[in-house]
Design a protein around this ligand. Structure first.
Ligand SMILES: [Zn+2]
Length: 411
C-alpha cells in the first residue's frame, strides 16, 4: 500500500506536507534563480550599490495638508501618501531632496514662517528615524549616509516667495540645511518670472543678487517652474552648475512646466543636471491636454489656474476621466533627454506626494527599481543608470560646494 492510500488522515497529511515542502523548495529555488536573473533583481542590486537621489518629494506638505498624520506615522505603510519609510526602503531610495514647499498664496513673512515650519518638519522626521534617515548638507554627507544604509535627506525650498525678498532669510535657510532654492513656484516673484504666469521680463536685478548669494553659499539654483527667459538668464548668471529638479521635455509634451531643447542644452553646457519628473500632465500629451482644459475651466469660473488646490477641487467635477500616463512615458522623456543633452546631464525628480495622479507602474516611491529594470531591459548600461540615478546630481553638488569655497568672502 502506498502511504497516500492509507486511511489515516494524519499520515496522509504528513505525506502531502512533505510533497508540498519538496515542491516548494524547488519552486522557491527556481523563483529565486529567475528573480536573480531578471532585470528587476539587477535593478535592485544596482540601487543597493549606487545611490538613487531623487530631486523632489512633497511629503512634508502632504502630511501638513492631511492634518491627521504626523512624523511618527511614517514608518508604516500610509496608503493616502505616495511616500513612507517602508516604500522608500523597497524603492531603494538612497537620497532624497525633501521639498520644503509652501503655496504661493502664502505671502511675505507668512511664506517665510510656513517654510520654516516645513524645514522643522523635515528635521523632526530625520531625528525621529535615525536608523532610516540621515541629514545631508553636502555631497560627502550624502555618500556617508548611503554607506550606512540610510536615506540621505537633503532639503530643497520650492518657490522664491519663501525668502520674503531677503538675502538674510536665504542665508538662514542655508544654515538650516536647505541646499536648493527653486526660484519660483507657479506664480512670479517680484524678481523672477514663472513658467505659468504673465511675463515680467524674466530675471530682475534682485534675482541676480539671489543667484550670486546662492553661489557664495553653495546652494543649488533650481530652475524647475521658472519661465524660459528666467532659466536662460539664470544659467548665464550662475557661477555654479544649476539644476531643474522636476521637469520634463517640452518637445514631447507642450506643457509650460516642461523645458525646451535650447534651454536643456544651455543647462547641460553649463554642467547642470535636468532631473526628469513623473507628473502625468508633463509626460503624456493626452494628460497635458486634459490639464489645459482644467486650467481653462478655472479661468472661466474666475478662479486662479496657478493654484494647485483650486485645480484639485475642479478636477472632481470633470466629466471626462483623466487619461492615464505610464512608466513608458517617463522612459520616452528620459531617452529623449539623453539624446539631447547626454547621459551626464540627466537625473530623476519624481515629485511624489506633489502629484494628484501618478503614472501606471510608478505609483509610489517603491517603484524606482521597476523604472531601472525597464531601462536595463532597453539596453541602458549600468554606467548610464548609475549616472542617472545619482552620480550626476552628486557631481553638481560637489561642484557647487567647490564654487562656494573658491568665492568665499572669508578667504
Ligand atoms: Zn513643483
Amino acid at each position: 500500500m502506498r502511504r497516500e492510500d492509507r486511511a489515516d488522515p494524519a499520515s496522509k497529511t504528513i505525506v502531502i506536507v512533505k510533497t508540498s515542502q519538496r515542491e516548494n523548495e524547488s519552486e522557491f529555488t527556481e523563483r529565486k534563480k529567475r528573480q536573480m536573473e531578471s532585470p528587476l533583481a539587477e535593478a535592485d542590486q544596482l540601487l543597493r550599490k549606487v545611490p538613487l537621489i531623487d530631486g523632489h518629494n512633497d511629503l512634508a506638505w502632504a502630511v501638513r495638508k492631511d492634518g491627521h498624520l504626523g512624523v511618527a506615522d511614517l514608518d508604516r505603510l500610509q496608503p493616502s501618501l505616495q511616500t513612507d519609510l517602508v516604500r522608500l526602503q523597497s524603492g531603494r531610495v538612497g537620497g532624497q531632496f525633501w521639498s520644503v514647499y509652501v503655496p504661493c498664496r502664502f505671502k511675505g513673512s507668512d511664506a517665510v514662517a510656513a517654510t520654516i515650519e516645513q524645514i522643522e518638519f523635515v528635521h523632526r522626521m530625520i531625528e525621529h528615524f535615525p536608523n532610516n534617515l540621515a541629514l545631508a548638507t553636502s555631497a560627502k554627507q550624502v555618500e556617508d549616509a548611503f554607506a550606512t544604509g540610510r536615506v540621505a535627506s537633503l532639503l530643497g525650498a520650492e518657490g522664491g516667495h519663501c525668502i520674503g525678498e531677503s538675502l538674510g532669510i536665504l542665508r538662514a535657510f542655508y544654515r538650516l540645511g536647505v541646499r536648493y532654492l527653486t526660484l519660483t513656484h507657479n506664480e512670479n516673484t517680484s524678481w523672477a518670472e514663472a513658467a505659468t504666469d504673465v511675463s515680467i521680463g524674466g530675471l530682475r536685478p534682485f534675482g541676480y543678487e539671489v543667484i550670486s548669494e546662492m553661489n557664495l553659499l553653495g546652494m543649488l539654483v533650481d530652475l524647475a517652474h521658472t519661465s524660459r527667459s528666467t532659466a536662460l538668464a539664470s544659467i548665464q548668471a550662475s557661477r555654479a552648475p544649476v539644476v531643474m529638479t522636476h521637469s520634463s521635455c517640452r518637445e514631447l509634451v507642450d506643457h509650460p512646466r516642461n523645458v525646451d531643447d535650447e534651454t536643456m542644452r544651455a543647462l547641460a553646457d553649463a554642467g547642470g543636471v535636468m532631473m526628469l519628473t513623473f507628473v502625468p500632465s508633463f509626460i503624456s500629451a493626452e494628460c497635458a491636454e486634459w490639464d489645459a482644459a482644467l486650467r481653462r475651466k478655472a479661468v472661466s469660473q474666475g478662479m486662479d489656474p496657478r493654484d494647485l488646490d483650486v485645480l484639485r477641487e475642479l478636477e472632481k467635477e470633470q466629466e471626462l476621466p483623466r487619461p492615464k500616463a505610464t512608466l513608458s512615458h517617463v522612459i520616452e522623456h528620459l531617452e529623449y533627454a539623453r539624446e539631447i543633452v547626454g547621459v551626464e546631464s540627466i537625473g530623476l525628480g519624481g515629485d511624489y506626494d506633489g502629484m494628484s495622479e501618478v503614472p501606471v507602474g510608478l505609483e509610489d516611491v517603491s517603484c524606482y527599481p521597476a523604472l531601472f529594470a525597464a531601462l536595463l531591459e532597453r539596453g541602458w548600461s549600468v554606467t548610464d543608470c548609475t549616472k542617472l540615478a545619482g552620480q550626476n546630481i552628486l557631481r553638481v553638488l560637489h561642484e557647487a560646494e567647490g564654487v562656494a569655497k573658491s568665492l568665499s568672502r572669508y578667504q
